[in-house]
Design a binder for this molecule. Structure first.
Ligand SMILES: Cc1ncc(COP(=O)(O)O)c(C=O)c1O
Length: 450
């Protein structure tokens, strides 16, 4: 018998239910969302906005938004090669502090460039074999700024349907002519380009994809996509936020792994996944494109530049990424990934996509996902829950993020906890009502000490 206890908004609503409140009072109309969110928080069913008590190491102490704390295994941080705690990277940060101080103290256009940021531009240019690099203080800014700088209202954007929010928001801000193609479907791109070109030969077309899609852990066929773009007079932008540094020979990401290093029209990336810092970049073969994006890409010119400390951290991290030690870290990372995926599958829990530092763990509906997320936290394993609208409505998943600093034993232990919790949550949600009671009421106390 399936339980109706899980039919309350606590389990059936998503943030999208509250995304467009009406009414004249901009502040008061946020209340219904807050009430719903707070009910989830009080029930231990709001697994977001957690904080770490210390550095994002493989084992760590985590606090929920309500202040409940737990110590355990960290599979929620984005630090794929564990470089944010690497002694050489930490030492680079100390040195930067002594030599350059704390602050860029200006936008890149107005005095915010530093000797450290110029060195980082050169290092990235060499690594990606594209000579012209523009830096941004976030990966988000790199995606949004690149698209809004290059694409005008009469141009077109043809983007993978699962493209990151910074790309989607950039496209929406740049033009109304945005089409989304079926995830990874290069033939769909060809069809869209043919159709656009049959009626518009005067305006530009930007095709947007990612080097590694982090919700599904899958990768486009980049060489074919680039050649389709050229065939139809379109420009390709690849966002390598998740793969640059973590995959491919010398960390060159999916473009490197597919023999396309230096050969895609535009490559952008973020430092926040592998390079131990915030920040992002656009790389291009054209000095004109670089200068144009710097001046017309809003976040480059109207937001303060990367701090010299961040620039030095990323430069040192990149040195390690490209070194033989980087290869060792990547192979350790991929051994952990194989153990985690293998153990989950052995326990009849599905994972999506191909092996990468992001392991998407299939759950299904929101009630099972939310109950399992609470159990996993209570049992000392930390993972990210991803729900609609970031993924399809019945496609809730855990996004486990693996690091080189994990041990195989930790990957095995985490897989066991996650798999057991999902099976138990399914039994609770889909089984007889009495098992569901502890999870059904919003008054459910979060157990002491969690
Ligand atoms: C594909 C992609 N692009 C860009 C970003 C934004 O990067 P950042 O978080 O460094 O601003 C992210 C990060 O979530 C991402 O996944």
């Amino acid at each position: 018998m399936s339980s109706d206890l899980f039919a309350s908004p606590l389990y059936t609503h998503f943030v999208s239910n509250y995304a467009q409140p009406g009414g004249p009072d901009l502040l008061a109309r946020t209340e219904p969302f807050f009430e719903w969110q707070d009910a989830r928080r009080r029930a231990g069913l709001w697994p977001y906005s957690r904080s770490l008590d210390a550095a994002p190491r493989a084992a760590c102490a985590v606090r929920s938004e309500t202040g409940a704390g737990a110590t355990g295994l960290n599979f929620l941080s984005q630090d794929y090669l564990s470089l944010s705690t690497h002694p050489r990277v930490v030492e680079a940060a100390h040195r930067a502090l002594r030599e350059h101080g704390l602050h860029s103290a200006g936008s890149a256009m107005l005095g915010g460039n530093t000797a450290a940021s110029l060195a980082l531009e050169d290092a990235i240019a060499e690594a990606v074999q594209m000579p012209h690099v523009a830096l941004f203080s976030t990966g988000w800014g790199a995606g949004f700024g690149t698209i809004t700088a290059l694409v005008g209202p009469s141009d077109h954007v043809v983007m993978d349907a699962l493209s990151h929010a910074c790309l989607q928001t950039g496209a929406a801000a740049a033009t109304r002519n945005v089409v989304r193609f079926r995830h990874l479907d290069n033939e769909a791109v060809r069809r869209h380009l043919r159709k656009i070109r049959s009626r518009d030969t005067q305006n530009g077309i930007l095709v947007v994809t990612e080097g590694l899609f982090s919700m599904d852990s899958d990768v486009p066929a980049i060489e074919e996509l680039q050649s389709i773009c050229h065939e139809w007079g379109a420009t390709l932008l690849v966002d390598a936020a998740h793969d640059f540094g973590a995959l491919g020979p010398r960390g060159t990401g999916s473009v490197g792994a597919q023999g396309m290093l230096g050969k895609v029209d535009l490559l952008m990336g973020a430092f926040s996944k592998t390079f131990g810092s915030n920040g992002g970049f656009l790389a291009t073969r054209s000095p004109a494109v670089r200068q144009f994006v710097r001046v017309f890409g809003g976040p480059h010119i109207f937001s303060n530049a990367l701090s010299p400390l961040q620039a030095c951290v990323v430069t040192e991290a990149l040195r390690i990424v490209r070194s033989p030690e980087g290869e060792v870290l990547r192979s350790r990372l991929f051994e952990n990934i194989a153990v985690l995926r293998g153990e989950l599958e052995r326990r009849e829990i599905g994972t999506l996509g191909a092996p990468s530092p992001v392991v998407p763990v299939v759950i299904g509906g929101a009630p099972v996902a939310r109950v399992a997320a609470r159990m996993i936290f209570e049992r000392g394993v930390f993972v990210n829950l991803v729900e609609y609208p970031a993924v399809p409505i019945r496609g809730s998943r855990f996004r486990m993020q693996v690091m080189a600093g994990h041990s195989a034993e930790q990957a095995r232990a985490a897989a066991a906890v996650v798999a057991e919790a999902i099976h138990e949550a399914r039994a609770i949600v889909e089984g007889p009502r009495q098992f569901a009671v502890p999870f059904a009421a919003i008054q459910t106390p979060v157990p002491a000490g969690v």
